[in-house]
Design a protein around this ligand. Structure first.
Ligand code: NAD
Length: 392
């Protein structure tokens, strides 16, 4: 099969097996070249391990500390004329590299919200690792199906009143105003159900009850805050309500009787399959990329997660803000970065888009998510779209 990108709105419906492998290899090579702290995780469960921050945490743990990793993913293999999802190819590639490097890596493919997948994960941990010492909760999902079949869908809307600001149409590379309508109470509650901390707590409870958590185990989930231009859409919007719940859940886990210390890490805004879907945010990200690259402080998911493990989560005293959150957005939120972003935001328009924003960088990262745009890959070569993942 010769595989080309097919972009529909903010997703690409095809993925390239060799390109995803090149992406995973580049992330592994980055981690291998970094200096590693002495202390780190040894047996890691990553829930939402196939893309973005979850995949990067898995790679950083495996290649910084030789950690054994179990990943939970929700991806599709290739079938007929359809390629697999990029998360599937990323996972197949990661397992291939990890095993060649003598690292334990196994993956379960299924709905992480379900109790069946929780039980399968517990069985696999017990059989192969005994216990885990780090649980990474990195789900980004549009919906959650409950045990009784009820489906909750998350929305990316404001809370209270509508919000109008600039956004980017990435298909035509134009800037225009968009008005985001407020979510109603039901939509907010559904978003909290999907992206809040309830399922995270269910996971920790289930793992604890099954006695597959090491003494002193740590768990971490990811959040975002960002500058005021994004607040109505994100921190103060429906997704922000879910993130508030996620943070409250971290406190409940830490204060509960499981003995597990829970953290929320506030990460940098980056191009991932999830962030591409949020109105206004992609324009902010493309300006942010330009500014952070110019100021030599730009990072991608792998740089963020390597720094998280090596400098923050396993530091003798975990550095947090006054609320207790780890701030991986520390470089993004530096005044020098935000002042320049704000200056460019005020003047950006279709006419000066390439002058004010790193559009090429945004597009490059977007295509990379699906395995396209890697120099080392010949996209004219006929490839087998099937990529095995042991046990999946
Ligand atoms: P992503 O879309 O790249 O990855 C999400 C992962 O969740 C994928 O591996 C996907 O397969 C998995 N997943 C989704 N539903 C699942 C299910 N039902 N069962 C099992 N796996 C499932 O997203 P991301 O941007 O890496 O987001 C991960 C976390 O980081 C989210 O909590 C997000 O809010 C947070 N975050 C993202 C950004 C950003 O800019 N991208 C910034 C800060 C925080």
């Amino acid at each position: 099969m010769i595989v080309k990108p097919k972009v529909r709105g903010f997703i690409c419906t095809t993925a390239h097996r060799e390109g995803c492998k090149a992406s995973v290899k580049a992330q592994i090579d980055y981690v291998k070249a970094c200096h590693h702290s002495d202390k780190g995780p040894k047996k890691v469960l990553v829930i939402g391990a196939s893309m973005g921050y979850g995949l990067a945490t898995r790679i950083a743990a495996a290649y910084s500390y030789g950690a054994a990793t179990i990943g939970v993913i929700f991806d599709k293999p290739a079938s007929g004329s359809r390629t697999a999802t990029s998360g599937w190819y990323n996972t197949a590639a990661f397992e291939e590299f990890a095993k060649a490097d003598g690292l334990y890596a196994r993956t379960l493919n299924g709905d992480a919200y379900s109790s069946a997948v929780k039980q399968q994960t517990i069985d696999l941990v017990r059989k192969d690792l005994g216990k885990v010492d780090l649980v990474v909760y990195s789900l980004a999902s549009p919906r959650r199906t409950m045990a009784d079949g009820t489906v909750y869908s998350s929305v990316l809307k404001t809370v209270g009143s509508a919000y109008t600001n600039k956004t980017i149409d990435l298909k035509n590379n134009t800037v225009h105003d968009i008005t985001v309508e407020p979510a109603n109470e039901e939509e907010i509650a559904a978003t909290v159900k999907v992206m809040g901390g309830e399922d995270w707590m269910d996971w920790i409870r289930a793992l604890k009850e099954a006695d597959v958590l090491e003494d002193g185990a740590v768990t971490i989930a990811y959040s975002y805050i960002g500058p005021s231009i994004t607040h109505p859409m994100y921190a103060d919007g429906s997704i922000g309500k879910a993130k508030d719940h996620l943070f409250a859940s971290s406190r409940q886990i830490s204060e509960g009787d499981t003995g597990v210390k829970a953290y929320v890490s506030v990460n940098k805004a980056l191009v991932t399959q999830s962030s591409a879907a949020i109105p206004i945010v992609p324009l902010y990200i493309s300006i942010l990329y330009k500014v952070m690259k110019e100021q030599n402080c730009h990072e991608g998911c792998i740089e963020q997660m390597t720094r998280l493990l090596n400098e923050k989560l396993y530091a003798p005293q975990v550095p947090t803000d006054e609320e207790g959150r780890i701030r991986m957005d520390d470089w993004e939120m530096q005044p020098a970065v935000q002042e320049e972003v704000s200056r460019l935001w005020d003047k950006i328009s279709t006419e000066n888009l390439t002058e004010c924003a790193d559009l090429d960088g945004y597009h490059e990262d977007f295509y990379h998510l699906f395995g396209f745009g890697f120099d080392a890959v010949d996209y004219e070569v006929d490839i087998d779209p099937n990529a095995p993942i042991e046990g999946c």
